[in-house]
Design a protein around this ligand. Structure first.
Ligand code: AFP
Length: 356
């Protein structure tokens, strides 16, 4: 930032403050429009699609803020395709996506954790050339206790310009994403995204209803001091994962151990903490569930791209997440994600190349 040369210290201070403050009034729409080079052929459709995701986030944040006050807590009594009890807020968050994107001129197909099959939107085609996959409300077990929650999204381009996509077309590899990100509903609401040009974070100013740039070009530290994992599953883990955990908890000041445990029950919140301060999140495969719990297409892939774009790594323990071949819409995958050196260590233990 160039500082104007002025003789009057008070004026200099004002000039610096004004120019510094101006960067924080950069809205999501202005920033994405400036940064759009990836979808030049779609005339900025990706920028407007991200703005529509921001609208979904505002609506969900509003519902969560009032969750304790109106009767939308508890469950609907139904069970979703994952075999998990559907919370009312899961359903409401999913419906918010459907309402916003039914009229979108950018999206021709939707796939959600909460819907067994994708929804095709022929009325938006052929102008709409993007397909949107999402977990509308991540961390649902946190809804009734006012803990952080998130939304995760992944955007891929329709494979054929001259025909509507089929449901199978949504089953894409992580390397095919053209945009990915998440919304974090915490003390503030944040939208964090990448289109392959770095990772940028925006904080919602509820007073003006705008997402303002607050974290430009996020870079994850090469190593952290935090692990996020459900240690209750320790005895279900593969031996290599157990050894890695025993290593992390051993005292060794030279390598900053023991690490501190921080686990919120919301993947988005834990990964966001790690993206900003470094560390590692794991949801490993287990003896009776080697594929783990998390879903590839709308949880692991988008977060893996975000973390890699910020300088980190994301692995199944055997291979890079973004190289995993997508075979089914709700396919699960083990996830080890975070600082590059921490993930590298975890994978080495996982593959038996390290014992301590
Ligand atoms: P829910 O949305 O069912 O609460 O699952 C949240 C989640 O997918 C992810 O956000 C958490 O990190 C992880 O599962 C928590 O799973 P455990 O409760 O098995 O630790």
């Amino acid at each position: 930032m160039r500082k104007a040369t002025v003789r009057c210290p008070a004026l200099l201070k004002t000039v610096i403050l004004t120019s510094t403050m101006s960067q924080f009034l950069l809205t999501l729409s202005r920033f994405t429009a400036q940064k759009q080079t990836v979808d030049h052929e779609a005339g900025g459709g990706l920028a407007r699609l991200l703005g529509q995701i921001g609208l979904v986030g505002k609506r969900i944040a509003q519902d969560l803020r009032r969750a304790g006050l109106i009767d939308i807590l508890g469950t609907t009594g139904e069970v979703n395709v994952q075999g998990e009890t559907v919370k009312k807020l899961d359903e409401i968050a999913n419906e918010t996506f459907l309402k916003v994107f039914h009229q979108s001129e950018h999206v021709c197909a939707l796939a959600s954790e909460e819907m067994e099959k994708p929804v095709l939107l022929p009325e938006n085609w052929p102008q709409a050339q993007y397909m949107l996959l999402f977990d509308p409300l991540d961390g649902s077990s946190n809804t009734d206790c006012n803990m952080p929650l998130g939304t995760i999204f992944s955007v891929v381009k329709s494979k054929h310009k001259d025909q509507m996509p089929t449901m199978d077309d949504l089953v894409c590899n992580g390397s095919e994403q053209v945009a990915a990100g998440y919304l974090l509903y915490g003390a503030s609401t944040m939208l964090v995204y990448t289109i392959g040009q770095g990772v940028h974070g925006f904080t919602l100013d509820p007073g003006i209803g705008e997402y303002l740039l607050s974290h430009e070009q996020i870079r994850i530290p090469d190593r952290g001091k935090i692990y996020a994992v459900n240690e209750g599953n320790y005895h279900q883990w593969p031996e290599g994962t157990k050894k890695y955990f025993d290593y992390l908890k051993m005292k060794d000041s030279a390598t900053g151990r023991p690490y501190r445990g921080r686990y919120s029950g919301c993947l988005v919140a834990d990964v966001h903490r790690i993206l900003i301060g470094g560390g590692i999140y794991l949801y490993p495969g287990e003896l009776d569930k080697p594929e783990g719990k998390l879903r590839l297409l709308y949880e692991a892939n988008p977060l893996a791209w975000i973390v890699e774009q910020a300088g980190g790594k994301a692995s199944t323990g055997a291979m890079r997440i973004l190289d995993v071949e997508a075979k089914q819409l709700h396919q699960r995958v083990p996830l080890i994600i975070g600082s590059a050196n921490d993930v590298r260590d975890a994978v080495a233990f996982n593959q038996g190349r390290r014992e301590s």
